[in-house]
Design a protein around this ligand. Structure first.
Ligand code: CMP
Length: 143
């Protein structure tokens, strides 16, 4: 079954949005198979955002994502990668529709509350970067 990596960013944790965000994906019907509150190191942040290394905002990105705890999650379900991206809304909250996480709770493109993998390749890479195999749980869930 398809899996994706989602992360409530430091602004979302600070604003007590972890429960709200978990709730949205639970109600949708996806299965939570891994979760942890963690502090990201500079090394992990640089690796995670490696594809943005040349962007002018890379330093800002690393500073922000390491500025406080994040809530890292792995969710499982049919088409979960694409559907979760739709539920998150556009990267820039100003363009994200109401009803999406960023449309409802975000204001700026840097502090946009949530991160989610954008492809099967990045989902696999990000899950392996943040979670050990032993931290992921396999279980049956009623629909
Ligand atoms: P995310 O999905 O975590 O992946 C890359 C992040 O870069 C993105 O969310 C935004 O938060 C951030 N980002 C994109 N554009 C800018 C920008 N112009 N300035 C600061 N951060 C940005």
């Amino acid at each position: 079954m398809e899996k994706t990596f989602l992360m409530v960013k430091p602004d979302g944790v600070q604003r007590n949005l972890v429960g709200e965000i978990v709730n949205r994906f639970e109600r949708k019907g996806f299965k939570l198979v891994g979760a942890k509150l963690m502090q990201i190191s500079d090394e992990l942040a640089s690796e995670h955002y490696g594809e943005h290394k040349e962007r002018p905002f890379f330093g800002e990105l690393v500073d922000f994502i390491t500025s406080g705890p994040v809530f890292a999650m792995v969710w499982e379900g049919e088409n979960v990668i694409k559907t979760a991206r739709e539920m998150m809304g556009k990267t820039n909250p100003a363009e994200a529709l109401p009803g999406t996480v960023r449309g409802d709770f975000g204001v700026t493109v840097g502090k946009n509350v949530i991160h989610g993998s954008d492809s099967p390749e990045s989902a696999e890479r990000e899950i392996n970067l943040f979670f050990n195999e032993t931290e992921l749980v396999s279980y049956e869930k009623q629909d």
